[in-house]
Design a protein around this ligand. Sequence first.
Ligand code: AMP
Length: 499
Amino acid sequence: MRLSYADVVAKPPRPRPTSIESHRRFITNTSYVQNLEQCDTPININANEETEFPDKIKDGGLDLSVVVTGPDVPSPIVNFTDVDFSPTIIKNIRKAYVCPTPIQRHAIPVIMAGHDIMACAQTGSGKTAAFCFPIISGVLKEFRRVPERLEKVACPLALILSPTRELCCQIFEVSKNFCNQTGVKVAAAYGGEPKSLQLKSFESGVDILVATPGRLIDFCELSKVSLKMIKYMVIDEADLMLHMGFEPQIRKIVEHTEIPRVGRRQTMLFCATLPYKVQTLASAFLSDHVFISVGRGGSSTHLIIQELMLVEDNEKPQRLKELLDYPIANGNLGKTALVLIFVATKKGAYSLECWLNCNGFSAVSLHGDKCQMERERALASFKMGLTPILVATDLASRGLDVAGIAQVVNYDLPRDIDTYVQRIGRTGRAGKGGRATSFFTSKNLCLAKALSALLKECHQDAPNWLYKYAERYMCLNDHHLDFNKSLKIVMRYLVTLRN
Ligand code: AMP
């Protein structure tokens, strides 16, 4: 029987194996149920001695469900002072933030209690600080135990792995700020910059190392970095790491370096979506971990106004021009509103940058064909508003935190909904509003169903044409399935004939 679009949307969730039931018992928001339904296999949780609590928190007026599962889970904090942070750390936090975000409320006490953790929270929710504060606090305590490390090679106590150079620099900057006057030293190791410069920065000591996997392995092999003292390890944006093909490098770091084994270090895995591969990684790298999920993993909040325009490929430049000519108010201290435009290819980024500049807009591009220095320069110029339009490939879709991005434009839509969610999450960060405009062409048919479901989930109206595309896609899919089924029957028949 073929289901209509309405049937599919209304279809009740499939029954799940018992290990996931414990999660669901406390789920109060259907969007989260949907997210779990998308997991191929149950999340690996510790069924014994579970402490679970439901939490419904308000994020900009939207109810977000929180699921916390695992052994001896401490209560969430309300203020940063509810945990044992040193006065200097509290002072540094107070300079930036007033109270913890939902992921921080739940993750900070769990990490402070020494648990391994797997945390899934939407993009821009404050994950960096959620792991940075407890790590800085832990490193400070470790100083008392191991006062001086005299090794010639850098022996950090904490390692934060990040998938991209840009994210690595961003985490480095954030953690350096929060380490101010604590004596904790932070260093960064990432590709694209001369090794000598980074090694020079290690000379004054490294307590927290923020690194991309490739450069870290290089330094370990050159005996410039030893991971034997690591007490804390974070794998940030774990889902993106796997998506970018970093699994062999991560396994090499965790299984073939001197890094203390599971249970002898505290491991934290942070992600925005929860694909099956991340769960496999979690079961291999974590011990008795606590699982935390805030909201629908990877979902954008309702604070981002999502707009879809049905266009032909050749209309895109003109439609973009109309969009950019229209002033956007962002209320950001009068600073020029920043616009981030996503394109599918490096070549596309370069040509659109040229086209925009020729048409009176000030744009710069960010893509993998640029060297690290050019990438950093482009990003800095965008952040400062010198070139308020950034044309980027998916290099910029994750983790990048640039204040004042008023609008994200999907000039070319991505192939999957997770990337769409990550891209639009570059605006509407930390509880602020934002706008995301996407150019939809007939080539984006496969995204129609997921897009309409996402808009529905965010209580936003989808255009009628999107539902039509969604239905067309499902029909095509059904035909495809029917064709595959018939093909299998014919093949089986041919095999029996041959036998
Ligand atoms: P992240 O998800 O770590 O990239 O953080 C997203 C944004 O939220 C950054 O601009 C942070 O500075 C901001 N942020 C993180 N924690 C807080 C907090 N407790 N209060 C206000 N803003 C925060």
